[in-house]
Design a protein around this ligand. Structure first.
Ligand SMILES: [Fe+2]
Length: 241
């Protein structure tokens, strides 16, 4: 599997969309997950200059067969970000000649259609635990509500692509529309408990000096794993984090 999987982390404003000031400011990570043997690939959270992402795939001999979206926020899937238009899955679906459905969790359907303008027929609404195949490589979808109702993480070959659910330091905000601090606590402490310490965490933004870290180290260092009860979590988050 290790030789077969193509996995790449791309930073917005540095590795692509280098002239886009919003991309530079937001420091989003986009991921490519591919099967080198079949040439199939999916993009995780394509946003900003999505045509550049397609060019990168093409240069690597990969073709897009789908999109994996962690959550509905415009810096991850495109849409209007505080008055700034960001390209994303809507523009991407118009650029590809082959069908590249967008895989999301069910509770995120209404949010993603509203934010991006894609139609429901472009989406595949999943349950937690579903597997999406990229060629012969299985990606397990883990529903981790909290940052948004349908936030999800992707577990693929010992890697956790976590979107804004979990960063190396801290977790995603729980004070935005659709967010829920209680759900976030359950997601971090219970739903992500199936992820082994040996897995490598790949977050949705570059908010730490390092761009990835072992889950075991993250569980040791990240304060979100040091809060022993939901009551203390509520006091700390206070809805304003
Ligand atoms: Fe977000």
């Amino acid at each position: 599997m290790e030789n077969r999987i193509y996995f790449r982390q791309l930073l917005s404003g540095r590795d692509f969309a280098t002239d886009n000031p919003i991309a530079q400011q937001m420091v989003n990570f986009v991921y490519i997950i591919g099967d080198r043997e079949t040439g199939e690939a999916m993009l995780v959270d394509p946003a900003y200059e999505v045509h550049e992402l397609l060019e990168i795939l093409e240069a690597e001999g990969l073709r897009l067969t789908g999109v994996l979206a962690t959550h509905w926020h415009p810096d991850h899937v495109g849409g209007d970000l505080m008055g700034y238009p960001i390209d994303g899955i809507k523009e991407l679906t118009g650029m590809t000649s082959v069908a590249a459905p967008v895989h999301i969790q069910k509770p995120e359907v209404e949010w993603i259609t509203r934010t991006t303008g894609v139609s429901v027929s472009d989406l595949v609404a999943h349950e937690s635990g579903d597997k999406v195949m990229v060629g012969d490589i299985p990606v397990t979808l883990i529903h981790t509500p909290g940052h948004t109702p349908g936030s999800q993480c992707f577990l693929v070959d010992g890697r956790l692509v976590a979107g804004d659910t979990l960063f190396l330091d801290g977790c995603g905000r729980t004070d935005l529309p659709g967010a829920d601090p209680d759900d976030m606590y359950e997601s971090l402490t219970q739903r992500l408990a199936i992820v082994p310490d040996s897995a490598v965490l790949y977050p949705g933004h570059l908010y730490s000096p390092e761009s990835s870290a072992k889950m075991g180290d993250t569980r040791q260092r990240n304060y979100v794993f040091k809060i022993p009860s939901l009551e203390q979590w509520r006091m700390m988050m206070g809805g304003s984090f």
